[in-house]
Each structure stands twice: as structure tokens, then as C-alpha cells.
Design a protein around this ligand. Structure first.
Ligand code: AMP
Ligand code: MN
Ligand code: MN
Ligand code: MN
Length: 276
């Protein structure tokens, strides 16, 4: 049977605009047959997504996007086919929620020093039980007319080197990969070209990632051009990693849509062949 895979997206459990149910329904409408919900550092949306998927025939693959550190730089590792109840993974999500809460308090303090008060209350209200991310702060800064766009919020306040940036003790990359693989999942390096690594640093990162048990790399992600696809595919082949495909959908009518993905280049081994 033909499958349309989308193995990276977000719901209100983290910084997505749609509930897990709405994400699954929208994916279905856009022809996705196998969907991994991969919220930032949480599996809290999976049960709801699974319940909805069961009603419309979408194959829901349990996922997560873990925020990790390797050599002091943040890398996102997507886990697909995970067991959210695997204790070390479940424990890590609790720790990461605290890490995110503490970081959010610090971001809010830094914004207050820039005469932008009230950020913490505002982001908590929107995030609810979900993970608080910088996207929530970006949204707040737009809504309060401090900036015109979320991108400008990052460029002026939230990105590394900007006044409200807070260095964060994310999970160790090697450990994060082990939690994913030991829970039965496949660890995939998310959006590899977004880190702006030199060829040599990329080689060292991917070598460490593979040594830790990493098996996949995103070749097709939202907002990627043909040149980037071919560069990511080259990395997959050279480092013998399976290629993944995921929109990184967050919100309707933004840049990316669920399931609207270029095909995986034929010389790349599809990551879904590793899923059981
Ligand atoms: P974080 O709380 O640091 O994990 O931030 C989470 C989200 O912020 C990412 O998933 C993106 O959606 C968004 N983001 C991160 N960096 C940027 C940027 N430079 N411009 C716009 N959005 C960004
Ligand atoms: Mn996000
Ligand atoms: Mn990411
Ligand atoms: Mn993402």
C-alpha cells in the first residue's frame, strides 16, 4: 500500500497551534497515512493523537523531538517509534519540562530588564500544561507589538547572542539517543543543515551520533530547497544513515503544511524501513 509519511510535527503539547486531535485530522486531510507527532521534549500529546488516529486509519507513530547538547551546541534529535513509558525517557521529559520552566523564568526576567514585563504570565497562559518554548515568547512579543513578526522576535531578542537569550542545560546528546533507542525507537538528527556546521564539525557530530546509536537523518524537512535536499542526502549516504522526511509543521498557513513534502531521493534508505 502507498504510504505518505510525515515524521516530524508539533501540537499544543509544545509549540504547535493545533491540538493533537486537530493535527491528526489535518494530516489525514492532506493525505498523510503515517504520522509521527514529535513535540519538543514531551510525549504528552501522543495518547490523544493515537485515539484520533485509530478512528480515521492514520498510522500514528509515537515520537518526540528532544533538545540536546553536544559540545555545548544545541541539536534536536527526533525519536520515532519510541515507547513513551520507557522510564528513563519518561523521566527525561519531566526533567526537561523543569528545565524549560526555569529557562522561561530567566527569559522573562531578561525581557523585563528590557522594559517588557508580563512575559511569564502570558506564555504560561498560552502553553497551559504544555512545554514552554521560545516560540511562545516570540508570539507574546508580536502580540504586544514589540516586533512585527516572530522571526523579528528571534532576531532582536531570543536568538543566541540577543538580550533575552538564555543558555540552557539540555539533555546530553549521547544520552538522549540512548533513551530513544533503548525504548525501541529510531533516533534521527533533525534538520541537519540548520546548525550551520563546517564539514569537519558535521563529520564529528555524525560520528558521535552514530556511535551513540543514532540511525537516521532528516533529508526532507519543511522549507528546504533542492540544493539542500541533495546536501542532506549526501550526508545520509556518506554516513550510512537512513533518511527521514518530516514537515516540522507547527501552525496552519505558515510556511509548511503537513504531508506537503518532496519525495525522498531514491538512493537514500528510508527510515521507515527500520520501523517495525
Ligand atoms: P526552543 O524553546 O529553543 O526549543 O525553541 C523552539 C522553537 O523556536 C523551534 O522549534 C522553532 O519553532 C522556533 N525557532 C527557533 N529558532 C528560531 C529562529 N531563529 N527563527 C524563528 N523561529 C525559531
Ligand atoms: Mn518548535
Ligand atoms: Mn527542531
Ligand atoms: Mn520541530
Amino acid at each position: 500500500m502507498f504510504e505518505l509519511y510525515d515524521l516530524h510535527c508539533h501540537s499544543t503539547a509544545s509549540d504547535g497551534a493545533l491540538s493533537p486531535t486537530e493535527v491528526v485530522l489535518r494530516a489525514h486531510r492532506h493525505g498523510v497515512t503515517a504520522l509521527a507527532l514529535t513535540d519538543h521534549d514531551t510525549t504528552a500529546g501522543l495518547a490523544e493523537a493515537q485515539a484520533c488516529a485509530a478512528t480515521n486509519g492514520v498510522k500514528l507513530i509515537p515520537g518526540i523531538e528532544l533538545s540536546t547538547l553536544w559540545q555545548n551546541q544545541c541539536f534536536h534529535i527526533v525519536g520515532i517509534g519510541i515507547d513513551p513509558e520507557y522510564p528513563p525517557l519518561a523521566e527525561a521529559t519531566v526533567n526537561l519540562q523543569n528545565t524549560r520552566l526555569e529557562r522561561a523564568e530567566k527569559i522573562a526576567e531578561k525581557l523585563a530588564k528590557k522594559r517588557i514585563p508580563g512575559a511569564m504570565d502570558a506564555v504560561k497562559k498560552v502553553a497551559g500544561e504544555g512545554m514552554i518554548t521560545r516560540s511562545h515568547f516570540a508570539h507574546f512579543l508580536v502580540s504586544q507589538h514589540h516586533v512585527d513578526t516572530e522571526q523579528e522576535a528571534f532576531d532582536r531578542y531570543l536568538a543566541k547572542g540577543k538580550p533575552a537569550y538564555v543558555a540552557t542545560p539540555w539533555a546530553d546528546m549521547t544520552l538522549a539517543v540512548s533513551w530513544i533507542t533503548e525504548s525501541g525507537g529510531i533516533a534521527v538528527l533533525a534538520h541537519p543543515l540548520r546548525y550551520k556546521l563546517s564539514a569537519n564539525s558535521m563529520k564529528r557530530l555524525l560520528t558521535a551520533f552514530k556511535t551513540a546509536g543514532g540511525q537516521g537523518i532528516e533529508v526532507i524537512t519543511g522549507r528546504i530547497n533542492n540544493d539542500e535536499i541533495s546536501r542532506a542526502a549526501t550526508l545520509a549516504v556518506r554516513f550510512e544513515l537512513a533518511g527521514s522526511t518530516g514537515s516540522d509543521f507547527h501552525c496552519p498557513d505558515q510556511w509548511v503544511e503537513l504531508g506537503r513534502l518532496a519525495p525522498l531521493p531514491v538512493h537514500v534508505k528510508p527510515v521507515w524501513e527500520l520501523l517495525n
